[in-house]
Design a protein around this ligand. Structure first.
Ligand SMILES: O=C[C@H](O)[C@H](O)COP(=O)(O)O
Ligand SMILES: C=C(OP(=O)(O)O)C(=O)O
Length: 459
């Protein structure tokens, strides 16, 4: 990491006292320790890249980000549902219209289904146009090579040269993000006017077969037609994330803030959420809505500290707490966190990431997740919120509209022997189209139940 905040924020500093103060606060944030940052072999080149990123064109527009904040406020108040989904790791090779359309089409179909079942607006948020950097558990892989950290940092190809971190990849990532966003806007508009029903290849007689008919109906459903697509990614690589920050036009509190033009929504990952660390300190300065992943080691006190630091003015939906506890721990670990946060009076979005606490490795070394574990964590999440009277506000998935074979189970009962056929993820396993739609039906029932007024039973 270059930590060259002086160079990166000279422009902000140069403008006026407010901007100088923001630049100072950002520099102080970047002086804190930051986990999961690459060691650039050529720090001078990294500084040049950071300088170039400072003036790179925006990927998203600030009014769209402000609009997302308003929609997340509705989620936090229990009046809407947040559906976030996309690749675990976007790759440069898949900045293609067909791949982005597949993922957005899936997001659209799931959103329509949930909206119709629950009678609630669904806010669609794609893991897209920036999800190019990955935190990793180990710094070397099984062959002793530096681990792949996402296309923004190095290449997945298993050679020492390809795995060496290359700061120019941050520029390529920005170009791909810009292209992905343009394609995404186009693809989403097309989905709006012509929502497809999904693949027609679901096997008859399976739950997938049931999906085709209902999805056709869903396709005809008059969903909101002028919907904006929102994008978000993990705010991981601070050289990339901080260089283009600019003074925000709109803020909800008395303090001036910065805004990221790289995404509407940014989240801090489980591995970088340290209270004394740079990621949290940077997020405190941002006007964008922020998420924090909270894994099973999170204490209620820590969660309240995230709320206090990231939502100082008690703005509904400003903070999304993304629980990723795993199916076996969600019922035990989440309730005291929800209770303690609720007692502060802040209205956060409670979102369930049902993927990251349920990973496992097959005997031949392939990372996978079982559909049933994902469903079980979501059921636990809904149960917790039902028992506490809080709103189960959203879902966070690694899923693709492509017919991959990465997760086990689902209507087709994918087993370990089926995984090699189309195992294409660059990092963690994604649900495929059929598994995702099957999951959407389950979540639709849970959400409809959650939205039913107390005292009214099942229809
Ligand atoms: O997507 C999340 C993380 O980057 C991923 O789970 C880390 O995987 P690893 O444990 O193989 O490094
Ligand atoms: C790395 C991720 O998740 P987590 O931080 O929860 O492990 C992710 O969502 O890509």
């Amino acid at each position: 990491m270059t930590r060259s905040s002086e160079a990166a924020h000279g422009e902000v500093r140069g403008r006026n006292t407010r901007d100088a103060r923001l630049a100072d606060r950002l520099a102080a944030a970047l002086d804190r320790p930051a986990a999961q940052q690459p060691e650039w072999p050529d720090p001078a080149r990294a500084r040049t890249v950071v300088e170039l990123l400072r003036t790179a064109p925006p990927i998203v527009a600030e009014p769209e980000t402000a609009q997302l904040s308003e929609r997340l406020a509705a989620v936090a108040r229990g009046q809407a549902f947040l559906l976030q989904s996309g690749d675990c790791a976007e790759t440069f090779a898949e900045t293609t219209a067909s791949h982005l359309r597949a993922n957005l089409g899936l997001l659209k179909r799931m959103s329509l289904l949930l909206a119709r079942a629950a009678g609630l607006p669904v806010v669609p948020l794609a893991r897209m146009a920036g999800q190019y950097a990955k935190p990793r558990s180990r710094s070397v892989d099984a062959d002793g090579l530096p681990v792949y950290r996402g296309d923004m940092v190095n290449s997945a190809e298993p050679t020492l040269a390809a795995r060496t971190c290359d700061p120019d990849r941050m520029l390529h990532a920005h170009e791909h993000a810009a292209r992905a966003m343009t394609l995404a806007r186009r693809a989403y508009a097309r989905e709006q006017s012509n929502p497809r029903t999904g693949p027609s290849s679901y096997p008859h007689g399976t739950a997938g077969g049931r999906l085709v008919g209902t999805a056709e109906e869903t396709g005809r459903d008059q969903g909101p037609r002028s919907e904006q697509i929102y994008v978000g990614h993990e705010m991981l690589l601070l050289d990339y994330e901080c260089a283009p920050l600019r003074a925000a036009g709109l803020t909800t509190g008395p303090e001036p803030l910065l805004v990221s033009p790289l995404a509407h929504f940014l989240w801090i990952g489980e591995r970088t959420r340290g209270l004394g660390d740079a990621h949290l300190a940077v997020a405190e300065l941002l006007a964008n809505p922020i998420g924090v992943k909270i894994g099973p080691s999170t204490t209620p006190e820590e969660a309240v500290e995230y709320v206090r630091r990231l939502d100082p003015h008690a703005t509904p939906g400003r903070l999304t707490l993304i629980s990723r506890m795993g199916r076996s721990q969600v019922r035990e670990v989440l309730p005291p966190i929800v209770e303690k946060v609720t007692s502060t009076g802040h209205q956060v979005v409670w979102q369930c990431d049902a993927m990251h606490g349920n990973s496992r490795t097959t005997p031949d070394g392939r990372k996978t997740r079982h559909f049933d574990d994902i469903v079980a964590e979501i059921e636990g999440f809904f149960e917790v919120h039902r028992s506490l009277g809080t709103h189960p506000g959203g879902l966070h998935l690694e899923a693709t509209g492509e017919d991959v074979t990465e997760c086990l189970g689902g209507a087709r009962g994918l087993g370990e022997a089926d995984l090699p056929a189309r195992y294409r993820t660059a990092c963690d396993p994604r649900l495929n189209e059929e598994q995702s739609m099957e999951l959407a039906f389950t979540v639709a029932d849970l959400l409809a139940e959650a939205m039913r007024p107390a005292g009214t039973g099942s229809p």
